[in-house]
Design a binder for this molecule. Structure first.
Ligand code: NAP
Length: 313
């Protein structure tokens, strides 16, 4: 079986930065990524709060720059390689991918990120890909001159609602409270945009459709106002994310929501296993904090591997 120094599981900003730091330190580093490198930011039209890009940058472009930088220093990428198991073997880890290929890694960094949550209402599964979407960048152009709704009041919902105004004639933001959670400067842009309207204090009770296409959503009020039906062509769901931590659920401590617990350096409760980015317990989930977490985790993993190899002689 091939032996490497550091296995990075996940190729988003946390994993790409971990790979950059590990490869620059001349550790044999392999990144396993289920799709192409980039992670969730690839689906973000415009990133305007990552330093050094005063005019902002597209998520896909930022991810590509990070990928090229890590690769330039020698990180190896196994794309479309889904890791199925991380199994301790003495002090190492056996990493097994979906094709049954295995590597022995002296240390592993979990950077698997998070996936968008579902609403769990009738019609959601039935109309996914038929008007129900979790990616405005991917599907927004399909709704040119149409009416769509965005569900949620966080950064993702409000940013994506703004993006959707490039195509749709009307974008409803449906939020369960009467106040948005999103960063104030994005809120301001949203309130100024004439194409955006709000349904405050409403939750989606059902997504309705006919002939295989969404026709609207049945809304329930969270205050005393009456329930209502909102006619729509499309619905974009941004009600938060959940961590992809199942690979290590039996290995290290998770919090009640499934996020991986780490110390200040990125170490999990299992020796030699580190984690970084959106999969970890953290207050701030941003590209820059993911990158920072990836750098710390790699720095500590390198020390761990060096100490071990030195003690063996
Ligand atoms: P989020 O910040 O957790 O917001 C989720 C939103 O969905 C909240 O407004 C929440 O309502 C609402 N919600 C949750 N469950 C719901 C349900 N079942 N039905 C209806 N509404 C529901 O999630 P996010 O916007 O996906 O962002 C995830 C993380 O990424 C955050 O830390 C965010 O700051 C970060 N992010 C940052 C940027 C950026 O900096 N440019 C962009 C995107 C994401 P309540 O407000 O009532 O809780």
């Amino acid at each position: 079986m091939e032996t490497i120094d550091i296995a990075v599981i996940g190729g988003g900003p946390a994993g790409l930065t971990a790979a950059l730091y590990a490869a620059r330190a001349r550790a044999k580093t392999v990144v396993f990524e289920t799709a192409l490198p980039g992670g969730q930011i690839v689906t973000t039209d415009h990133v305007e709060n990552y330093p050094a890009f005063p005019e902002g940058i597209s998520g896909a472009e930022l991810a590509d720059l990070m990928y090229r930088q890590a690769e330039r220093f020698g990180a190896e990428f196994r794309t479309f390689a889904s890791v199925e198991h991380i199994e301790p073997s003495d002090l190492d880890f056996i990493i097994t991918d979906s094709e049954g290929q295995q590597v022995l890694a002296h240390s592993a960094i979990l950077a698997t990120g998070a996936v968008p949550k579902k609403l769990g209402v009738p019609g959601e599964a039935e109309f996914t890909g038929r008007g129900v979407s979790w990616c405005a960048t991917c599907d927004g152009a399909l709704f040119r001159d149409k009416t769509v709704a965005v569900i949620g009041g966080g950064d993702a919902a409000v940013e994506e609602a703004l993006f959707l105004t490039k195509f749709a004639t009307r974008v409803w933001i449906v939020h369960r409270r009467d106040e948005l959670r999103a960063t104030k400067c994005i809120q301001e842009r949203c309130f100024e945009n004439e194409k955006i309207s709000f349904k405050w204090s409403r939750v989606v009770a059902e997504i309705k459709g006919a002939e295989g296409k969404v026709t609207g959503i049945q809304l329930s009020a969270t205050n005393d106002e009456p329930d209502e039906f909102l006619p729509l062509d499309g619905i974009f769901i941004f009600v938060g994310v959940e961590p992809r931590s199942s690979l290590v659920a039996d290995l290290c401590d998770l919090d009640d929501a499934g996020y991986v617990k780490i110390d200040h350096s990125g170490l999990t409760s299992y020796p030699g296993l580190y984690a970084a980015g959106d999969v970890t317990v953290s207050d701030l989930k941003q590209v820059i904090t993911a990158a920072s977490g990836g750098a710390s985790a790699a720095f500590e993993a390198l020390k761990y591997v060096d100490d071990r190899l030195c003690s063996i002689g």
